[in-house]
Design a binder for this molecule. Structure first.
Ligand code: SF4
Length: 430
């Protein structure tokens, strides 16, 4: 079976291309063209039915991540979180469990949702290697590649794989004197420990062609991981992060050449004046491969409200050209997220994606609909176009105004109602 990339390169328009083109409101030929150029990918998963396109010129997509921790292993809660993410409008899910029965959790989550599901297969391979071989650093290459293939076969649609953390990247990290905020990527930390302990090159880098063969067989999208992402704004855009980006850009080129669909992940904490630079660097170096931005969180002091900091960062990054953003929940840096945190995180990320699209794609129809409905005091029409109508409705109905056309903010002194009376015949140019 050909991958979407191989089909596109042979000038073939697949059913999945037609399906995503319809959802995006563009032509299938335009999707095919962008997949051929490596600027768009279609994420789906072996045997799964709902394709999602990510990349240039398309609506910014939102990912929600769930998964057990070593302290809280509750499969049912993770399944519930996955379903809440889907109901709240996430486009994709990452199943990132680090404890429990990895295979069972993954399969149950895949069954529970229709949207594409991603993973970091290194988590399962590294953590199971503690029981099987005695330590994470004893993880054999073959076991890692077998785990990747097993997850692809199960239907995982995209995989974050930390190929760009190699000996050169670690030299850069050491030479710059490590970091103020340390290393915060779990995958990055596992691979770093493995390389340093074994005095060997990262097998995901050294045997990149073997990795591509597996991903190609299942048309699983390669998401080149950002193991050197900064976890503090004082570490952003440093030499280790840029070194990994250079390596990832070279690997993305090789993946595209082999017919494997690829996206490249971006950093975690960045001050707002470095966001545009990070988007330009990634897009320029990878010939506009889809950019998966993790957050970014734009200050280190907003714990409890990091979903708000991330909304600021994600709005700017999607406006500058990021194609795919990973949600952040209010529990970020504090605990494993619970179902309500997932809901809040997805809604915040969808707002950020929409803000980005009002600039990047000039998509302002929803905003215009709300504006005119608000002017006309048409509350039902406003709710219809809100990203999260239920919360808006609930807040309004906490205390209904005496005059139902208005709200309790100004009541009988409603500015809109007063001014509308003088402009009944007018309609602005659009
Ligand atoms: S009462 Fe005030 S806040 Fe409420 S709709 Fe009218 S102008 Fe807006």
């Amino acid at each position: 079976m050909l991958t979407q990339k191989e089909s596109a390169c042979k000038n073939v328009i697949t059913e999945k291309m037609k399906e995503v083109a319809k959802k995006e409101g563009i032509t299938p030929e335009s999707i095919r063209n962008k997949i051929e150029e490596g600027k768009v990918v279609i994420v789906c998963g072996n045997g799964r039915k709902v394709p999602v396109a990510i990349g240039k010129g398309l609506r910014t997509k939102v990912n929600a991540s769930i998964g057990t921790s070593s302290d809280i292993i509750d499969k049912d809660m993770e399944v519930e979180k996955a379903q809440i993410a889907e109901q709240s409008g996430a486009d994709t899910l990452m199943e990132l469990s680090i404890s429990g029965d990895f295979d069972q959790i993954r399969r149950d989550v895949l069954k529970a949702v229709k949207m594409p599901v991603g993973s970091v297969p290194l988590y399962q391979a590294a953590i199971e290697s503690i029981q099987k071989f005695g330590a994470i650093v004893k993880l054999p290459d073959e076991f890692l590649f077998e785990t990747i293939e097993k997850q692809c076969e199960d239907g995982i649609g995209f995989m974050a794989i930390h190929c760009g953390v190699n000996r050169l990247t670690l030299d850069r990290l050491r030479n710059q004197g490590y970091r103020h905020g340390g290393l915060v990527s779990r995958g990055g930390a596992f691979i770093t420990a493995w390389i340093v302990h074994n005095k060997r090159e990262n097998p995901l880098y050294e045997r990149f062609d073997d990795l591509l063969k597996i991903l190609k067989k299942y048309d699983t999208v390669l998401s080149l991981g950002n193991g050197m992402r900064a976890g503090a704004i004082s570490d952003s855009t440093d030499r280790a992060q840029i070194q990994e980006l250079i390596i990832n850009a070279e690997l993305a080129q090789r993946a595209k050449h082999e017919g494997v669909q690829v996206i490249v992940e971006g950093p975690g904490h960045i001050p707002i004046d470095e966001i545009e630079t990070n988007v330009i660097l990634q897009k320029r170096m990878t010939n506009e491969a889809p950019f998966y931005m993790l957050g970014p969180i734009v200050t280190d002091v907003s714990a409890g409200y990091d979903h708000i900091s991330a909304t600021v960062g994600a709005s700017l990054s999607s406006a500058y050209g990021a194609d795919f953003i990973c949600y952040v929940t209010p529990a970020e840096h504090l605990s494993l997220p619970f179902p309500e945190d997932v809901r809040e995180g997805v809604i915040a990320a969808r707002i950020a994606a929409h803000i980005g699209d009002t600039i990047k794609l000039k998509r302002r129809d929803m905003d215009l609909n709300v504006a005119t409905a608000r002017r006309d005091l048409n509350w039902e029409k406003q709710f219809k176009f809100f990203i999260e109508p239920e919360k808006g409705r609930k807040i309004r109905e906490r205390h209904l105004p005496k005059d139902r056309e208005t709200c309790t903010m100004c009541g009988k002194y409603c500015a809109l109602k007063i001014a509308n009376a003088f402009f009944t015949e007018c309609e602005p140019e659009t």
